[in-house]
Design a protein around this ligand. Structure first.
Ligand code: A3P
Length: 330
């Protein structure tokens, strides 16, 4: 039991008591499981989430109106969202914010520059007025494809989808959620969270369903969904950045290429640069998470330092089985 009252808890830990009546009624009818951080997860439209996220998704579904020029970064949690937020923000706003000592990323966390729809803009019963945002507007979301606000799927806006190998996702999520738990809550064990992850019971899980739905959409509508893997971005960042720029209709000019802007963007957004900035070492998001929690190792294959062989094999088996026949490999 938590000794603090709900109002004094960080927002990411708040539960059913902050919900609107309509959402309380819905949530009480949903399948329920123990949460990794907040006390419960509920299964809404096929995916597990804490009540605060579900209310955010519902509000966003009802009120968000897309513009054809909107750009969305869509990810599964822990696939490198913070990194791609930084990269896409710098890319899209490179005329307005040239890379110099005044660049917004040097004083703001990427999550404050590229807001999540359901976790920030439409969270906590807010209905934001986004009409003053200049086009192209850049948003982020973890919402599964069939739960996206209708306008997003119907308009010509573009989605960049980022995913990552599930073994690294699981280890990153396990470590991240343990950092978010208050001291008095203790840590979640590797074994218990592993079983839940395999059953799909984690925020925005099942992981495999989330990825697969966007993968299929990217195959059917390559002009709308650009599908990217963290590992590929680590291996060939410059090539991928150029592809994202092309996809979004803002390719680099010859002059920009000659000026070395691609390398400059990647350096500014690198793990070393971002994780060492004062704002990311000491700051917090409005929802309570410490900025430094979003920067851990930033490597491919760190699962080897945490997962016993049987667990790694089990995740590989599930991945193989779920993606069988789809052409997708992670
Ligand atoms: P690890 O826990 O494996 O280190 P998200 O932003 O979706 O929450 O994902 C967090 C993961 O991305 C963490 O992975 C974090 O360290 C990594 N990450 C954060 N910034 C990064 C960057 N600039 N480059 C590469 N990886 C980064």
């Amino acid at each position: 039991m938590l000794s603090q009252t709900s109002a004094s808890l960080p927002r990411y830990l708040q539960q059913e008591e902050i919900l609107e009546q309509e959402c309380i009624a819905l949530i009480s009818s949903l399948p329920k499981e123990k949460g990794w951080v907040a006390s419960h997860l509920y299964k809404y439209q096929g995916f597990w989430n804490p009540p605060r996220h579900i209310q955010g998704i519902m509000t966003c579904q009802e009120h968000f109106e897309a513009r054809d020029s909107d750009v969305f970064l869509v990810t599964t949690p822990k696939s490198g969202t913070t990194w791609l937020k930084a990269v896409m923000f710098t890319l899209i706003n490179r005329m307005q914010y040239p890379i110099n000592q005044e660049h917004p990323l040097l004083s703001k966390n990427p999550h404050d520059l590229v807001p999540f729809l359901e976790i920030k803009l439409y969270a906590d019963n807010q209905i934001p007025d986004l009409s003053s945002f200049k086009s192209p507007r850049l948003f982020a979301t973890h919402i599964p494809i069939f739960s996206l606000p209708k306008f997003v799927r119907d308009s010509s806006c573009k989605l960049v989808y980022l995913c990552r190998n599930p073994k690294d996702i699981f280890v990153s999520l396990w470590q991240f959620t343990n950092k978010l738990r208050l001291q008095e809550m203790g840590s979640n064990s590797l074994g218990e969270t592993f079983d839940m992850f395999c059953r799909g019971v984690n925020i925005y899980g099942p992981f495999w369903d989330h990825v697969l739905e966007y993968w299929k959409e990217s195959m059917e509508k390559p002009h709308k969904v650009f599908f990217l893997k963290y590992e590929n971005m680590k291996e060939r960042p410059a090539d991928n950045l150029r592809c994202i720029a092309e996809f979004l209709g803002c390719p680099f000019s010859n002059e920009e290429e000659e000026s070395g802007i691609v390398e400059q963007i990647l350096k500014l957004c690198s793990f070393d640069t971002l994780s060492n900035l004062e704002i990311n070492r000491t700051g917090r998001l409005a929802s309570g998470e410490e900025n430094k929690a979003f920067f851990r190792r930033g490597e491919v294959g760190d699962w080897k330092n945490h997962l016993p062989t049987e667990m790694a094999q089990k995740l590989d088996q599930i991945t193989e089985q779920k993606f069988s026949g789809t052409g997708l490999k992670l």
